[in-house]
Design a protein around this ligand. Structure first.
Ligand code: ADP
Ligand code: MG
Length: 266
């Protein structure tokens, strides 16, 4: 099977004045269709630089990048914008939703730039499908501030899907979320991946990386470890386990109330 991502000896040097920073130092990496990869590493190890190159937001200084079989290493900004819209869905840490705009209209946005343009019927169908996949059909008309953090991130995930990307890229998608909500987001990603969508996600959280299928660890701009995940976590099972634990904790606190308080609560 042809790789979706094929990086060969990618180098990225940032030059600020006289100072050169080698952010990525000769990375080779292939990602196959259907993969679910976590890119990990300490702050400053080059994760975001890699993400920017993978997402055609930035160009490597040298090296070859084949995206879905096409050499995208040295495209113009306009050509990169086109490739991004056609092939890549993005999910960011900060959700990046328009504030006074409903979930439905936020999800629809990427399709406004589609060419050839999509029919109105097709647009509505795609928004409905994306809402259903992330479990937000009943929240379509809510504004972002009427949604929880987890729901807002699921709107952002739905938005990333409507152009039917070959690849979904996420940079610290659970960085702003509590544990339970983070698992909810990993559930959405696992569902998408089960449907065949290829996902690469930056995270510095080890437990979050356990929901993916493969962990790539970077240090000082190089890959220092690349392994398949053993004992992969299942987000649905983890959510159920947390709910059971919460119920048990609620019951325990109920038992420990003095009986007079219990009577007054009944
Ligand atoms: P991470 O996402 O793992 O924290 P980054 O890719 O953001 O790492 O950064 C890798 C290195 O490149 C760091 O030393 C950082 O300071 C440097 N760097 C990142 N972006 C730029 C930039 N636009 N200009 C100059 N140096 C940069
Ligand atoms: Mg970063």
């Amino acid at each position: 099977m042809a790789a979706i991502i094929d990086l060969q000896d990618i180098v990225k040097v940032y030059q600020t004045g006289d100072v050169k920073v080698r952010a990525v130092c000769g990375v080779s990496l292939t990602i196959q269709p259907g993969a679910f990869v976590a890119i990990m590493g300490a702050s400053g190890s080059g994760k975001s630089t890699m993400m920017n190159i993978l997402g055609c937001l930035d160009q490597p200084t040298s090296g070859l990048y084949l995206l879905d079989g096409m050499d995208v290493s040295q495209l113009s900004p306009e050509e990169r914008a086109e490739i991004r819209n056609e092939k890549i869905g993005f999910v960011f840490q900060g959700f990046n939703l328009l504030a006074r705009t409903s979930a439905r209209d936020n999800i629809e946005l990427p399709m406004l730039y589609a060419h050839p343009p999509l029919s109105r019927k097709e647009q509505v169908q795609r928004v409905d499908d994306a809402l259903e996949i992330v479990g937000l059909t009943d929240r379509a008309d809510h504004l972002p501030n009427q949604l929880s953090g987890g729901q807002q991130q699921r709107v952002a995930i739905a938005r990333s899907l409507v152009m039917k990307p070959a690849l979904l890229l996420a940079d610290e998608p659970t960085g702003n979320l509590d544990t339970q909500t983070s698992i909810e987001i990993m559930d959405a990603f696992q569902t998408l991946n089960d449907r065949g969508i290829t996902i690469a996600m930056v995270t510095h959280e080890l437990d979050i990386a356990q929901y993916t299928k493969r962990n790539v660890v970077m240090r000082d701009g190089k890959i220092i470890s690349d392994r398949l995940v053993e004992n992969r976590l299942n987000a649905k099972a983890e959510m159920e386990r947390l709910q059971r634990e919460q119920r048990a904790a609620d019951l325990a606190s109920w038992d420990s109330l003095p009986s007079c308080e219990l009577r007054s609560m009944r």
